[in-house]
Design a protein around this ligand. Structure first.
Ligand SMILES: [Fe+2]
Length: 415
């Protein structure tokens, strides 16, 4: 079988700047939308943001109905509730307004409203059936209100499957929003803990995609449709990921401390990283993050709604990153040095450079320093490994093959 020689870059058209959310109606009109479902969550409603955007949409003469029950860390059930609303509503366009969960909920609502079927049919195998949508969805406008998920730029919707104690996703290029509006003024009221978790997620997106194995190390697909959304690092994804790392290192600490301008830069970094990892993919820390978030629901994070215990996504990702990048170091030391150097703004060398840069940043922004703080002990490692191994879609682009023993060692080192 021959090696892959082709790579792609698809990016969501992006509109960035303070006040840009006021263009929501104009953008929907441009996309031909006359009746929109606006997906949001209770926190975004309470901050007054949902009303502002709804008014901006109505001012363009577009009908809009708000569905504001998007849940942080969505499940198939919460997706299904939104999808049922979408099917009943007869909408010809969708808006995801909020964190990654609201935007992902809008993606799935659009998918089911356009093509029907059950959510689990579309979920990535082996958890679901991996059904592919046959044609593009209805227009989707994404308006993030956090500085982290990059969901406005990606082709995935992540969900928690509590029955199987795993988090996984639906991923297809048609899920990518048709337009993103990134407005830094929407992040002003975000709690510091949320900014920290989101920002660490951004840094992992960028670091994992930059360190992913090169696209050219994959086998060529039999047909273009079989080319995976996560291709491995490409010369173009590197550009986006590197810039996001530079901004993350420079602005995350100030953003957590409440600096509005730094929050704006982190929002931009989230979108840049979203484009980078949307093409290249993420691997070991994200593969471990899904069982870390999915296996136990005991941790109650500060700064988040206290309606159900959960591990915020960014925290679940960052906790294994130092050990994961120590494991991958030998695959390409130069790339690990480069990531450390982009984060710190200084020359970096050696196996500890990147893990050290990450732990310093985690400490500075008050992140949990390991999976022990999230409620896990040595006795949970086997179950976590089992969950991480289900994320083959991610693990295949790790620069070094990570089997059960390797993942166990990474998780033990992350206790
Ligand atoms: Fe992430």
């Amino acid at each position: 079988m021959s090696r892959e020689q082709v790579f792609t870059l698809e990016a969501t058209p992006l509109k960035y700047g303070r006040g840009a959310a006021g263009d929501a109606g104009w953008e929907l009109e441009r996309l031909g939308v006359t009746k929109a479902m606006l997906v949001s969550d209770p926190g975004v409603v309470a901050a007054g943001i949902t009303d502002r955007v709804r008014q901006a949409i109505e001012a363009s003469g577009i009908d809009v109905e708000v569905w504001s029950s998007a849940r942080v860390e969505p499940t198939a059930d919460s997706f299904a509730e939104a999808a049922a609303f979408a099917v009943d509503g007869g909408f010809d366009g969708f808006v995801g307004l909020g964190g990654g969960s609201s935007i992902d909920t809008a993606k799935v609502s659009d998918l089911i409203a356009t093509h029907g079927g059950e959510i689990m049919e579309y979920v990535n195998p082996p958890v679901g059936e991996g059904r592919k949508p046959p044609s593009p969805l209805k227009p989707l406008l994404a308006i993030p209100t956090t500085c982290g998920s990059g969901a406005e730029a990606t082709t995935v919707a992540i969900l928690d499957i509590p029955e199987q104690k795993v988090k996984t996703g639906i991923s297809h290029r048609y899920l990518r929003p048709n337009q993103a509006i990134v407005d830094p003024s929407l992040t002003e009221s975000l709690p510091a803990e949320v900014v920290a978790s989101c920002g660490l997620d951004v840094i992992c997106h960028a670091a994992e995609s930059y360190i992913a194995k090169p696209f050219s190390s994959r086998d060529a697909p039999d047909s273009p449709g079989d080319r995976p959304p996560y291709q491995g690092a490409t010369p173009i994804s590197d550009i986006w990921s590197a810039k996001a790392l530079e901004y993350g290192g420079r602005y995350l600490r100030d953003a957590v401390a409440g600096d509005v301008e730094a929050r704006g830069w982190m929002m931009l970094a989230a979108s840049l990283a979203g484009i980078g990892f949307g093409a290249a993919g993420v691997h070991i820390p994200h593969a471990c993050a899904y069982p870390i978030a999915g296996l136990k629901h005991e941790y109650q994070p500060a700064g988040y709604p206290d309606d159900h215990p959960f591990v915020p996504h960014g925290q679940s990702v960052i906790v294994t990153a130092p050990a994961a990048f120590r494991f991958t170091y030998d695959a390409d030391p130069e790339r690990h040095h480069r990531v450390a150097s982009l984060l710190t703004g200084e020359p970096a060398e050696g196996i500890d450079a990147l893990p050290d840069a990450l732990t310093e940043l985690m400490r500075d922004v008050g992140a949990p320093m390991g999976i022990g703080e999230l409620g896990y002990g040595i006795e949970d490692v086997d179950d976590l490994v089992e969950g991480a191994l289900k994320q083959q879609r991610l693990l295949v682009i790790a620069p070094r093959e990570a089997g059960a023993e390797d993942l166990g060692a990474i998780l033990r080192a992350s206790l």
